[in-house]
Design a protein around this ligand. Structure first.
Ligand code: AMP
Ligand code: MG
Length: 339
């Protein structure tokens, strides 16, 4: 049995209490954040966290992010808090930034995928913050079946988990649309592990140059050192191909590909920032922020419309574009076509 808790019209403290009680009772509650919907459980309750992995079909060595509602919560989770972490938290929390730090004993290894570090973030969504405040730090990966595109609407969570978790809080569409930026501050040099909703450029303005883990831009190379980066991700049922290159040439290439795939009898979907004539089309909007917000929704929606192939227009790898391209390339299984 899954209860769907409607908070589309805003925060409702009485309903938050109901959801908080479920979390404290070791149950699973999906909730909106500003990035994507999360599948939450009490981060310090081993049994509850294990159920997240079971429900998602997530490999046990793919660590979860622990969500907190105030800076002091971080002290209960992290053994050491370096100056960089304080600076970043002060500037960007609540917001789409996750910080990896050495973990305290109290944080179960189930939560951290067996690592001695813990990933922590303070989300900016009022519903998420209220739920955490009314309960406890919440471990939450994206609320999708492992390998599928992340959910940006409660309907996506219903599609994947109805009947398999205790509750889903419907807070309407999320507004960032891609997951948080993950930065590792547990070793000598700050390292970007996953690009996300907070542009790297913003982080570097505060703490200086950040190393980029090689898995961020291309294929996962050093798998052992890249927890959570080695799995198939964000994939709809349709085959995705990404077209990258100078704008003028990209348009031409996409048109060429539409014709080619259609001649082979495929139903072709296109997701792009300008109109295309295809079997199905999803307009991603104009700015890179629009593209980030609509990305996962477009993948799920084109799938629902039954296309065989999704042709996706690439964007420049600046600002949020780094996160967008990281998700698109993974969704395509690295089927990248250069225009
Ligand atoms: P998701 O919850 O699906 O958004 O994925 C969380 C991601 O955060 C993981 O796949 C890792 O890339 C990253 N992450 C979480 N915890 C850690 C950690 N302790 N060390 C390194 N990366 C982490
Ligand atoms: Mg995920």
């Amino acid at each position: 049995m899954t209860i769907v808790i409607n908070m589309r019209d805003g925060l409702d403290e009485r309903k938050i209490k109901v959801a908080a009680r479920l979390i404290l009772g070791g149950k699973l509650v999906a909730f909106p954040t500003e990035t994507v919907y999360g599948l939450g459980a009490d981060a310090l309750n081993e049994k509850a966290v294990r159920r997240i992995f079971e429900a998602k079909g997530r490999p046990a060595d793919n660590p979860l992010i622990v969500h907190i509602a105030e800076f002091d919560d971080l002290k209960k989770l992290a053994r050491e808090i370096p100056e960089e972490a304080r600076l970043l938290a002060k500037k960007f929390w609540p917001g789409p930034l996750t910080i990896v730090l050495p973990k305290r004993e109290e944080v179960p290894l189930v939560t951290t995928g067996g690592l001695d570090t813990v990933a922590v973030r303070m989300p900016a969504h009022p519903i998420a913050l209220a739920l955490i405040k009314a309960s406890t730090p919440i471990a939450a990966p994206s609320a999708n079946i492992s390998g599928k595109p992340s959910p940006t609407l409660a309907e996506h969570v219903v599609d994947d988990f109805y009947g398999r978790i205790e509750a889903i809080i419907d807070g309407g569409p999320t507004w960032v649309g891609v997951e948080s930026t993950v930065i590792d501050l547990s070793s000598e040099r700050p390292t970007l592990l996953r690009p996300g909703g907070l542009p790297l450029e913003e982080i570097e303005k505060v703490i200086g140059p950040v190393e980029i883990h090689p898995a961020v831009k291309g294929k996962a190379v050093d798998l052992a050192r890249a927890p959570g980066m080695k799995y198939r991700h964000y994939s709809p049922n349709a085959q995705v191909v990404v077209v990258e290159g100078p704008r003028e040439r990209v348009r031409e290439k996409i048109e060429e590909l539409i014709a080619e795939y259609r001649s082979k009898g495929y139903r072709v979907g296109v997701m792009a920032t300008e109109e295309f004539e295809a079997d199905e089309f999803f307009h991603l909007g104009k700015t890179v922020e629009d593209v980030a917000r609509n990305l996962f929704r477009a993948l799920r929606e084109l799938d629902r419309r039954g296309v065989d192939v999704i042709i996706a227009e690439g964007v420049e790898e600046r600002g949020l574009g780094l996160a967008v391209m990281n998700r698109l390339r993974k969704a395509s299984g690295y089927r990248i076509i250069r225009a």
